[in-house]
Write a protein that binds this ligand. Structure first.
Ligand SMILES: Nc1ncnc2c1ncn2[C@@H]1O[C@H](COP(=O)(O)OP(=O)(O)OP(=O)(O)O)[C@@H](O)[C@H]1O
Length: 250
């Protein structure tokens, strides 16, 4: 479903973090949100999921304004994977099944259990399924968080640095899975990222943030040494290697 973000602003007490941010995400699109530490990427994701309420602006998914949705309605439409997700004291299977909560009326149905099982398999978490989630490593927990959001089957997925705790193989695997799901199910994903080369492999669109606003937005063509210097203050070269663009600090 299409998500339209119009003029979103947010301040924590007096410090303005987001200033009039507007953009759109189409079906089947992955957008990478880029920018320095503290620029407001996580704050933006939290506003998109109503974890915090934007002080001005409007966010619509399909034709529905987020403000008019109940908690369960919102959870069926938007899945959010925070930077450091927390879990109740449960097994991995039950933690993933929690993603089905907005759909469950009394007890989980066969369909809910099958969805949880399928998602666990797709993220290669089978061998952990009956382990306690709170006894897992940071990277394993990050995968469980992602699995829980996928089990929710939302139209828009929001990921806050989904690869920050993952090793190289898992980074590529998780990014690949997100991309495949977005394409196959024609949903949308908004992903904050620090690794520009990984973002270039993954995203269809990029938003570069600076000073609480969007500095540049568009396709791969906006990831230029000039924009990177302006946004991150670092001189880089962008080279092509094996068909992939990579960002190399000079
Ligand atoms: N709960 C809060 N109360 C007050 N200030 C906050 C709060 N959360 C974040 N901030 C401030 O808002 C600004 C934006 O934070 P945010 O977490 O959105 O940045 P970010 O771009 O996601 O950073 P990072 O890349 O380091 O994760 C920062 O200056 C941060 O210190």
């Amino acid at each position: 479903m299409r998500m339209i973000v119009e003029g979103v602003s947010y301040a924590y007490s007096k410090s303005k973090v987001l200033k009039d941010v507007s953009f759109e995400i189409g079906k089947g699109e992955c957008i990478a949100i880029l920018g320095t530490n503290g620029v407001g990427k996580s704050t933006l994701l939290k506003c998109l999921n109503k974890v915090i309420k934007a002080q001005s602006g409007k966010i619509t998914v399909g034709t529905t304004n987020l403000d008019s949705m109940s908690g369960d309605e919102l959870a069926k439409v938007i899945g959010y994977v925070p930077q450091n997700g927390s879990f109740p004291d449960s097994t991995v299977f039950d933690a993933v099944l929690l993603g089905r909560k907005p759909y469950i009326k009394w007890d989980a149905t066969k369909n809910d259990l099958e969805i949880a099982e399928k998602v666990i398999k797709s993220l290669s978490l089978e061998e952990y399924a009956f382990r306690k989630v709170n006894h897992m490593s940071g990277g394993e927990m990050q995968k469980v968080s992602i699995a829980r959001a996928l089990a929710q089957q939302p139209s828009v997925l929001l990921f806050d640095e989904p690869t920050s705790n993952l090793d190289l193989k898992n980074q590529l695997e998780v990014i690949g899975i997100i991309k495949d799901i977005v394409r196959e199910q024609q949903i949308s994903a908004v992903v904050t990222m620090h690794d520009l080369s990984l973002a270039l492999r993954f995203a269809d669109k990029f938003i570069m943030m600076k000073n609480g606003n969007i500095y540049a937005m568009g396709g791969m063509e906006i990831i230029t040494p000039e924009n990177i210097l302006e946004v991150y203050g670092v001189n880089v070269s962008i080279e092509e290697y094996n068909g992939h663009k990579v960002v190399i600090p000079n």
